[in-house]
Design a protein around this ligand. Sequence first.
Ligand code: IMP
Ligand code: MG
Length: 403
Amino acid sequence: MKLNGQTTVVVGAQLGDEGKAKVVDYLAQFHDIVVRFNGGDNAGHTVVVNGEKHVFHLIPAGALYPDKINCIGAGVVFNPEMFLKEFEYSKKVAGTTSDNFKIASNAHVILPSYIAMDGANESTSNGVGSTKRGIGPAYEAKVGRRGLRVGDLLSASKLAKALTRGTSVDAQTFEAYLDYGQKLAPMVCDVGLYLEKMIKAGKKVLFEGAQGALLDIDHGAYPYVTSSNCVTAAAAIGSGIGPNRLNNLVGVIKSYVTKVGKGPFPTAMAPEDDEVIREKGSEWGATTGRPRKCGWLDIVALKYACQINGLNGLWINKSDILAGNDVWICTAYSINGKIVDEYPVGTEELESATAVYEKLAGWSVADLTDPNFKAFVQFIENQVGCPVVGIGTGPGRDDICIP
Ligand code: IMP
Ligand code: MG
């Protein structure tokens, strides 16, 4: 894949679960540093190497390489227990050490009480289908200026002082979080400053987004969204560098769409197709195990994702799953009798939208030598005005086709 400049941002251009980790794992070989910048362990990033499946929730997918530096930026809400678990896993499978990890001292910390609050909220009518990892409450505490940050865990006096901001923890949590702080200390630093120095020194940096454009707190189908910005611009804010540093902006999609959690889904498949694609594509949540609802590719939503992300490259995954099927693509919505091809930011309009489809001839293999698959790729490029820069043809590290 042709890369310009020193940095690449990979984001989800649908509703999460587009296979971003596979793309990050592939692109990591051309970069020195991999950075998570938004969300927390609500993400489920799956990479398959030599037939072995690895799932990460918090640490960047670069953790499968022994020679990459993996950063957690300030925009992430950080569960120390999950980090340490995945850190041990990375040590075991890739031989990494604490030298391979940098954690922003200004990233906010998830507390056990936030996880409990998330679970309690989910059982009320306000539930949106959260992963119950405490993500929403952690961002609430952050913008409410009562949050605890990773740097606050580095000594008892720092932690005690941070707790005067309006958050309280019991004695057991206090001790447990101090203990996490001791373990994390060698990795805690100013990640923005580190990245700026590395970019100036000519290093290449890859930013790994979590969730997807339509789950973005500002631009997604509110309130059926996550609690962070999931778009490319968040890579700058969430890691502490300037937006002028971001070069390649890659949006990842599947050749169909999946959704977990509540909210409008205009291209949802009929139950018989939904079941077939879920089985073929193993569409169960990597974090929650929930079945994902399957839908047809939505060009209206994808054009919107290209706009809010400023994408200059699209990556299409899982076209092998649709092989042998008829392929339907939504090119417009019908909303209260009106045909529209622009994504409505009003969630109520989206809720009453029905998809207008075009049918494309199915392909037998997801390979550009198959004329029907090539036509599908060109159809997407023409509709959204963004070049396809990569194609995933199966779950493995090498199942990739670069046009
Ligand atoms: P939360 O981020 O756990 O609060 O969940 C809020 C919404 O975002 C729910 O609909 C979740 O299903 C969805 N969500 C959060 N993380 C992911 C993800 O990594 N993939 C897909 N959906 C997600
Ligand atoms: Mg996922």
